[in-house]
Design a protein around this ligand. Structure first.
Ligand code: ATP
Length: 236
């Protein structure tokens, strides 16, 4: 396996406030990686830095292409899709229209087939394809947000707290689908999670960050098995 995304000495700033203090990490092609840490550790900022949505320095390369100096839309076009916290579907548009919009930057004629593929992953979206997104349940909206991002046909999917506000059963269903998308569609996934226990069960690799620095990295199963790490950094 080779690194799809490589991040070196990443530092990020909100005005005078430095939120990341030199992160180094890599995502292997086809991996599913969890980025864990307490509130304010810098998880969201890491995803925003990859997408050029916050002022940052360091070297990020995607499949060997340096991302420095590229605008967010350009990075998206290279194959990185970002599902931010809070989902952000278009509330007054239908499920089907949201999925079509997800493919708006694509110039091919396979969009209809991809929408059907998304309905295969998320059958509830098919049942509700005419319903306004704003009237979906929280779990359905999160599924729609993920499906819409996948309509870009990304090679890397960045997910910011997909479990936020969802009932445990719904989270389990969503995580099951994410695992399937990772395995079957060969989409590399980086998922930010507060729910460390669930994320470690889903992921193959994990990084733990604390106040803008990586304090732990390794196979998810090893981190989950380490009681000291769990107690010190993950709170369970
Ligand atoms: P959470 O789980 O609470 O979202 P997080 O690990 O994602 O936490 P970040 O949102 O990345 O953390 O925040 C990292 C640091 O940057 C925090 O100290 C936070 O207060 C600061 N920060 C985040 N956004 C801004 C902003 N817009 N302006 C100033 N500081 C910010």
């Amino acid at each position: 396996m080779s690194a799809l995304l490589s991040v070196k000495d990443l530092r990020a700033y909100y005005g005078p406030v430095q939120a990341l203090h030199g992160l180094d990490f890599a995502l292997q092609q086809g991996s599913l990686t969890a980025l864990l840490g307490a509130n304010g550790a810098g998880k969201t900022t890491t995803l925003r830095a990859i997408c050029a949505m916050v002022r940052a320095t360091g070297a990020i390369s995607f499949d060997g292409t340096p991302l420095a100096g590229r605008a967010t839309e350009n990075i998206v076009r290279l194959g990185i899709a970002h599902v931010p916290q809070g989902r952000g579907t278009f509330a007054t548009m239908s499920v089907a229209e949201n999925l079509q919009l997800g493919a708006i930057s694509r110039g091919d004629n396979k969009i209809g087939a991809d929408i059907e593929r998304m309905y295969g992953h998320f059958p509830v979206l098919k049942e509700r394809h005419r319903q306004q997104a704003g009237t979906l349940s929280g779990g359905e909206q999160q599924m729609l947000a993920v499906a819409r991002a996948l309509m870009l046909r990304p090679r890397l999917l960045l997910l910011d707290e997909p479990s936020f506000g969802l009932a445990p059963l719904v989270v389990r269903e969503l995580f099951g689908i994410l695992g399937k998308i990772n395995r079957d569609d060969n989409v590399t996934i980086l998922v930010v999670e507060q729910n460390a226990e669930l994320a470690l069960a889903l992921a193959d690799q994990a990084y733990v960050i604390e106040t803008g620095r990586i304090v732990m990295a390794g196979p998810a199963a090893e981190i989950a098995a380490n009681q000291d790490v769990r107690k010190s950094y993950l709170g369970y």
